[in-house]
Design a protein around this ligand. Structure first.
Ligand code: C2O
Ligand code: CU
Ligand code: CU
Length: 434
């Protein structure tokens, strides 16, 4: 990214060669020619224009995930930037709380392969409320984009060829889809910020880790080995009211956790591994921290972190059923994606209960809106559901009630499964804020 002047970033999408697996070359599709793209440093209330120029050979659409963004800049899947030099100025007013966001491609039917090949990056929104807290910062604040990939011998990304000859999953040709693609594509190499199984040298102090699951389909249950706790300070949509301690964190595609880990709890010289207890073999390890030396630490995690927006009484309840249809395609309320046909028309400034149900793991993501998880199968949600979010893993045969607030802008937005293969197979719907 070239931060050409305050308020304007230039982000050119280019193909580039990178060394991801040592000794091999991977061609990536990168924002700014890198994978991941540059981390955008943004500020609440400081409107920015991100000028995207597409020098790739494929169309793109860029979405700021977690952004409260006017509809024309939200990355609608058919609002394409043409290959070979097309350009679009995305307008991000950033009238929203400090939070860990990310941006990625959202092209109709091709989001999964294009994100897999590199079109994703992180974006941090900061604000005065957060700046006033004594949290770790600078080198002790680590944005960690976690994703899995598969590679060919020569280092190129391995991604299954589109099923059924064409990629539009709208036609019901899903019989041709092999099981792996149907459930979402996973890789056997875990990357953090684009590097396989990296090692970070840390001091024996607190660190703020901004965890993002940018995988197409892989879920993680993160733990620290040989032991230790995550102190969660924020969720998808900003700081929690108060910190919450966790031994492990389930994180599905699209979700973020903002946590503090205190490395003074480990002996100097020891290694602390971030592991995924849902996986076996090499994919079990995510990354490693090596506690190099003692250092002064004047940070703290205050008992009161912020005043998140409160609950508003819902004006209605709507149901969205994420399920394989009778024709065998991933659908919402029985329909594969129909662009321009909104399934709901919530009113600006109101809140609604959205009842999300599912047959499989579907990480459900809502654009524009932020929501609180109210209940899972009628029971109070567990600690990892705390705080305002934009993505929630709806598990097999679960019914998840969320309280969604529609603030910001009127217009056309989307909700979809963030398993990107499911999204490309049309598990997506429009809604219109009126
Ligand atoms: Cu992160 Cu509509 O997606
Ligand atoms: Cu989004
Ligand atoms: Cu899904």
């Amino acid at each position: 990214a070239r931060h050409v002047r305050p308020g304007r970033y230039e982000l050119t999408q280019r193909a580039a060669k990178m060394e991801i697996i040592p000794g091999t070359t991977t061609e990536v599709l990168g924002y700014g020619g890198t994978f991941p793209g540059p981390t955008l440093d943004l500020r609440r209330g400081s409107r920015v224009t991100v000028a995207v120029r597409n020098e790739l050979s494929v169309p793109t659409s860029t979405h700021l995930h977690g952004g409260v963004t006017p509809p024309g800049s939200d990355g609608y899947p058919t609002d394409l930037v043409a290959p070979g030099g097309g350009a679009k100025d995305y307008d991000y007013p950033l009238e929203q709380r400090a939070a860990t966001l990310w941006y990625h491609d959202h092209r109709m039917d091709f989001t999964a392969p294009q994100v897999w090949r590199g079109l994703a990056g992180m974006a941090l929104v900061r604000d005065d409320e957060e700046d006033a807290l004594p949290l770790p910062r600078g080198e002790r604040e680590l944005p960690l984009m976690i994703c899995d990939r598969a590679f060919e011998e020569d280092g190129s990304f391995r991604y299954p060829s589109p099923p059924g000859g064409g990629h539009s999953g709208h036609t019901g040709h899903m019989a041709a889809v092999d099981g792996d693609y149907m459930e979402g594509v996973e890789g056997d190499v875990i990357l953090v910020n684009g590097a396989p199984w990296p090692v970070a040298e840390v001091t024996a102090t607190r660190y703020r880790l901004r965890l993002l699951n940018a995988s197409n389909a892989r879920r993680y249950r993160l733990r620290l080995a040989p032991g230790g706790r995550f102190t969660q300070i924020g969720s998808d949509s900003g700081l929690l009211a108060a910190p919450v301690a966790h031994d492990e964190l389930p994180i599905s595609p699209g979700e973020r956790y903002d946590v503090v880990v205190d490395f003074s709890a480990y002996p100097v010289g020891s290694a602390v591994t971030l592991v995924n207890t849902l996986a076996d073999g090499p994919a079990r390890n995510v990354m490693r921290f090596v506690v190099a030396r003692r250092a002064a630490d004047d940070t703290a995690v205050p008992a009161v972190l912020s005043r998140p927006p409160g609950r508003v009484a819902p004006v209605t309840t709507r149901r969205f059923d994420f399920r394989r249809s009778a024709e065998g395609v991933w659908a919402i309320n029985g329909h594969p994606y129909r662009p321009g046909v909104p399934l709901a028309r919530p009113r600006l400034g109101t809140a609604e209960v959205w009842r999300l149900s599912s047959d499989f793991h579907h990480p459900v993501h809502v654009h524009l809106a932020h929501f609180l998880v109210l209940a899972r199968n009628g029971r109070a949600p567990a600690a990892p559901d705390a705080g305002w979010k934009d993505t929630v893993d709806v598990r097999p045969y679960e019914v998840v009630d969320v309280l969604a607030r529609f603030d910001g802008y009127r217009g056309r937005y989307m909700l979809h499964c963030h398993n990107l293969e499911h999204e490309d197979m049309a598990m997506m719907a429009d809604f219109e804020v009126i």
